[in-house]
Design a protein. Structure first.
Length: 218
């Protein structure tokens, strides 16, 4: 789950400020393991070029690179990217991954890719409509014959009894409507909600639901 602290009083932080603060609070935020649904959807796909949007500390990009993908990985947080670069160096994969800093609402990696992946691209600092615009731009970056993979939270995890802030998680139907893709050019291969066991921060048992869209560009 992306961050749950929220600034109720005072000016809303910019995207950069929000994520820099988020990553600076701890030495390592994420597990270092790739997202399970990325692995599920992409493990059997022949490698090519990939774009990882909101790459965080780099686990997905590193997993893809290990499997032979040439990866462009973008995040807004220089702190997160520095950790990702260091881990890729440690694993001897630096030559397969290009790390780029982007506030995706303002700038976007250039080029087209066989795979464009956006895993949990939720940001409490985002402005209205920002995520939809970024995902549309993501679709434009998919090469003919390539895949767009969007994974997002469907709801708060079961153990979050009092959500720290009010948010409406987009459904796959919301995302598809926002993308407005031409069915003559795109085929939806996977559109589902997956529920799985997911322990809370104190180890409390629970579940969480995620949405997956895997869309093939003809």
């Amino acid at each position: 789950m992306k961050p749950t602290h929220h600034h109720a009083d005072g000016p809303t932080p910019t995207t950069v400020e929000y994520w820099e603060a988020f990553y600076s609070e701890r030495e390592q935020v994420w597990s270092g393991r790739p997202n399970l649904l990325l692995v599920r959807e992409i493990a059997a796909i022949a490698p090519g070029s990939a774009l990882d949007l909101g790459c965080a500390e780099g686990a997905d990009a590193i997993w893809l690179a290990e499997r032979g993908w040439r990866v462009t990985a973008a995040d807004v947080s220089e702190t997160a990217l520095a950790r990702a670069r260091a881990e890729a160096r440690r694993q001897g994969l630096s030559d397969r991954i290009e790390w780029q800093r982007h506030d995706l609402a303002e700038s976007f990696p250039s080029g087209s890719f066989d795979l464009v992946t956006a895993q949990y691209l939720h940001s409490p600092a985002a402005r209205d409509g920002e995520r939809t615009r970024i995902l549309r731009r993501a679709a434009e970056a998919v090469a003919p014959g390539g895949l767009l993979l969007i994974v997002g939270h469907a709801e708060w995890p079961s153990w979050v009894v009092e959500p720290p802030f009010d948010v409406r998680f987009p459904t796959t139907a919301d995302v598809r409507a926002g993308l407005a893709l031409d069915p003559a050019e795109w085929r939806v291969e996977v559109d589902e909600v997956v529920e799985r066991e997911h322990a809370g921060p104190e180890g409390q048992p629970g579940t969480r639901k995620d949405n997956i869209l895997r869309i093939h560009r003809r």
